[in-house]
Design a protein around this ligand. Structure first.
Ligand code: UTP
Length: 297
């Protein structure tokens, strides 16, 4: 068995980033020289994913434009002797198929994933949120999730990062069961709570924007009622799976897999600066400018 298809939800309203996201979907906001969604697609490609289903909302046309072919721009670059820039425009490797599915009402992440059910069919699939990337050098997180999914015969595998206690209420949080079940640090997820109050959080392991699931999750999502925030939550469907005896495994992030996300202004600004500072061409100049700004204060 292999996992070579992924669902990437990019249909959220991005209200925490208004007015920036009024006409630009947050997944197209830049982290360094590429939109965060391009980093996510690159990560999926290097994990062997060959078919990506983008669940889109109002920002669909600009996302299609980013991943489409612009013959006019290509001709102009060639005519101006800028052939080297053409390779940077090729945002998809050869042989990658992208499909678009519309989520017409923003009923939550769980509902967005459910919208991809007909295209995914009965295949196991990766889920990668389009507004978060991991590490500065080609993360292997999706590859590891797929390996653990197959090796442990899990029904679902979820990435987790440890967060400070005062931030658990922003995430889905794991109750940890048996630890190190595969000799590589993976653990059994005994329960999941979406956005718990700090005092109720069963651990500091927060869900980290990447999953691998069997297609059975679609039935559970179809029967999931609105949860926290009035939205259909993927966490609630995974919880139902656990309570029904399903095997759900947690994979912790590695030391070098810092999470960069564009969910709110604080996380977006700091992610942009850190990713831009690591840029091999422009990073050093930016660091010097930042130092000069800090020295002035
Ligand atoms: P968020 O939980 O950050 O929600 O989505 P949001 O609606 O995008 O942002 P805010 O809370 O209004 O600021 C996590 C991921 O799930 C997608 C988002 O696009 C993002 O990649 N999502 C969320 C959907 O595709 N559809 C939804 O209905 C909700």
């Amino acid at each position: 068995m292999s996992v070579d298809v992924a669902v990437v939800p990019v249909a959220g309203l991005g209200t925490r980033l208004l007015p920036l996201t009024r006409s630009v979907p947050k997944e197209l906001l830049p982290l360094g020289s590429k939109p965060v969604l391009q980093h996510v697609i690159d990560e999926l490609e290097s994990a062997g994913i060959r078919h990506i289903v983008l669940v889109t909302g109002a920002g669909e046309s600009s996302i299609r434009q980013h991943f489409g072919i612009d013959s006019n721009l290509e001709r102009q670059l060639l005519a101006k002797g800028k052939a080297d820039q053409l390779t940077q425009l090729q945002s998809l490797a050869d042989g990658i198929q992208i499909d678009y599915v519309r989520q017409s009402r923003q009923l939550g992440l769980g509902h967005a994933i459910w919208c991809a059910r007909d295209i995914i069919g009965d295949r196991p699939f990766t889920i990668a949120l389009g507004d978060a990337m991991f590490g500065l050098n080609n993360s292997t997180l999706c590859q590891r999730l797929q390996r653990v999914f197959i090796n442990t015969s899990a029904d679902a595998v979820i990435a987790f990062h440890e967060v400070p206690k005062d931030r658990v209420s922003r995430y889905g949080v794991a109750k940890v069961g048996a630890t190190n079940i595969d000799g590589e640090g993976s653990f059994e997820v005994a329960d999941l709570i979406e956005k718990p109050a700090t005092a109720d959080a069963p651990s500091q392991y927060a869900i980290a924007a990447r999953y691998v699931c069997h297609s059975q999750i679609f039935n559970l999502l179809g029967n999931t009622k609105e949860g926290v925030g009035g939205e259909i939550q993927l966490t609630d469907a995974l919880r139902t799976l656990i309570l029904a005896g399903g095997k759900v495994v947690g994979v912790p992030l590695q030391q070098n897999e810092k999470r960069f996300d564009v969910g709110n202004f604080d996380s977006y600004f700091s992610a942009f600066v850190e990713v831009a500072c690591a840029d091999p061409i422009h990073g050093n100049a930016l660091k010097q400018q930042l130092q000069a700004i800090l020295d002035k204060d």
